[in-house]
Design a binder for this molecule. Structure first.
Ligand SMILES: NC(=O)c1ccc[n+]([C@@H]2O[C@H](COP(=O)([O-])OP(=O)(O)OC[C@H]3O[C@@H](n4cnc5c(N)ncnc54)[C@H](OP(=O)(O)O)[C@@H]3O)[C@@H](O)[C@H]2O)c1
Length: 426
């Protein structure tokens, strides 16, 4: 197996917009259908091994084959993946897809794993996605020893990047930044929290609230059913959005995030929710456009956290992570350089796998066929000694080829055991 045999066909957020990536994903109704389509793809293009990774910002086909990878092959490949792709797209496939071979393919795989190539640099989620995708392809019999080695090395080098650089350090998601700011306010676990909206964003907020053990949460939502679902995950209470105006229990923190295009929290409503309390409340507004009216933030004492500030912070943190890319690439370079050696090593290991069996067969033949008559004539202790000597020889012989092969790969001389110097007695 030569490194040149590794190939990647991929479409990523860097080449095209996210919605267009969908066109290069292998569509299937369920997992069984997907397994069938992948097996068919592998057979159709005579691929030795195949690994398939679809995520929200890329779709990657990593495979091994001895033929060179060119635009003609890629066009046919993607036509099979999605017969609805236009002839124009297929003829100009290099405008949308990346065609990578050999070291360039391995380099790309390693950079994807270390999340250097991600839309959000430093997001570790990719490692989990890579592992899951690999386990699936392995279980479906699509991958073999060479892709196992490539993915294993990619994961090891990515972990090194996460450990040795600050690439994943500063939060870049709006929700984690909001929670980080919220926690700086030293709210007690008993703080009264109003969660307004029960969509995806607030569901994520709810996970953090559970993690931090907040116990007095009321969820308000336009549809009561969704409020109830979210409240159940929090051990909280659910009310319809219309009940907000009549809510009389006060609050310490309000987290607002809905798709409403008009402000929900007006000064009048806010004054009503305060129930005469004078202290500074914490108000977090994650909606676009803002759901807390400007006049509200101006009229009442509050610590106001809004999405624009968080977005700016996310941008700065992402820029910080991007500065770590060069350091990460330097770390990866060492792994990429060593990968051909790892391949050679594995090839030798596989070739030598048969040796123990062969040596054992020689031993058995010697005892049971070639020297059968002579062995039969031996008394029991001599026969036992002979067998022990043969077993000793067998064990020692098995290790020799591996030792020689390893030395020839590293260029180190094979160590010869020197006979022990006889003690010269006068
Ligand atoms: N997705 C992100 O990455 C992200 C990050 C930060 C902020 N945001 C912003 O957060 C807001 C919600 O996003 P999401 O991802 O949570 O959306 P989502 O999953 O679609 O949920 C929308 C939520 O808003 C409610 N809603 C929609 N229209 C409403 C209206 N006219 N009046 C009252 N409630 C209404 C929905 O109530 P029903 O259950 O009754 O439909 C639901 O609870 C948006 O402004 C979005 O721009 C999104």
């Amino acid at each position: 197996m030569m490194i040149q045999e590794f190939k990647i066909l991929t479409v990523t957020h860097k080449q095209t917009n996210l919605s267009a990536i969908e066109d290069f994903v292998l569509k299937a109704a369920d997992e069984v259908a997907l397994q069938e389509r992948l097996a068919h793809l592998k057979a159709q293009f005579d691929l030795e091994e195949l690994f398939y990774l679809p995520t929200c910002n890329r779709v990657m086909y990593l495979f091994t084959m001895s033929r060179p990878l060119d635009a003609h092959f890629a066009g046919h490949f993607f036509q099979f993946v999605n017969p609805a792709l236009t002839i124009d797209t297929l003829e100009r496939i290099e405008d949308t897809a990346l065609l990578l071979e050999g070291e360039a393919a391995i380099n790309h795989l390693f950079e994807v794993s270390a999340s250097i190539d991600s839309m959000v640099v430093g997001e570790r989620q990719i490692l989990g996605q890579l592992r899951e995708a690999y386990d699936r392809c392995l279980a479906w019999g699509l991958t073999g020893d060479n892709l196992r080695l490539a993915i294993q090395n990619a994961v090891i080098s990515a972990k090194e990047v996460y450990a040795q650089t600050r690439i994943g350090e500063k939060p870049v998601s709006i929700v984690s930044l909001a929670v980080q700011k919220m926690m700086r306010n030293n709210l007690s676990r008993e703080a009264r929290i109003l969660l307004i909206g029960a969509g995806q964003t607030n569901a994520l907020v709810a996970k953090f609230l559970t993690k931090h053990d907040f116990s007095r949460i009321t969820v308000f939502n336009r549809s009561l059913e969704k409020a109830e679902q979210l409240a159940a995950t929090l051990g909280g209470r659910a009310l319809p959005l219309t009940a907000l105006a009549a809510y009389r229990e006060g609050f310490d923190c309000m987290i607002v995030c809905t798709g409403a295009t008009e402000a929900i929290i007006t000064p009048e409503l806010y004054a009503q929710l305060l129930q005469g309390e004078q202290d500074k409340k914490l108000v977090i507004d994650l909606s676009i456009p803002n759901n807390v009216h400007r006049a509200t933030t101006a009229a009442f004492p509050m610590q106001y956290i809004e999405i624009d500030d968080l977005r700016q912070l996310a941008k700065e943190n992402l820029a910080f992570r991007e500065q770590e890319i060069a350091k990460a690439q330097k770390l990866l370079a060492a792994y990429i350089k060593n990968f051909p050696d790892a391949l050679r090593h594995r090839r030798v290991e596989l070739a030598l796998r048969a040796i123990p069996e062969e040596v054992r067969a020689v031993k058995e033949k010697a005892i049971n066929e070639v020297f059968k008559k002579e062995v039969a004539g031996l008394d029991a202790p001599t026969r036992e000694l002979l067998e022990r000597m043969m077993t000793y020889m067998e064990k020692k012989c098995v290790g020799i080829p591996m030792k020689v092969a390893k030395a020839s790969m590293t260029g180190a001389p094979v160590k010869q055991k020197q006979p022990k110097q006889e003690l010269i007695t006068a």
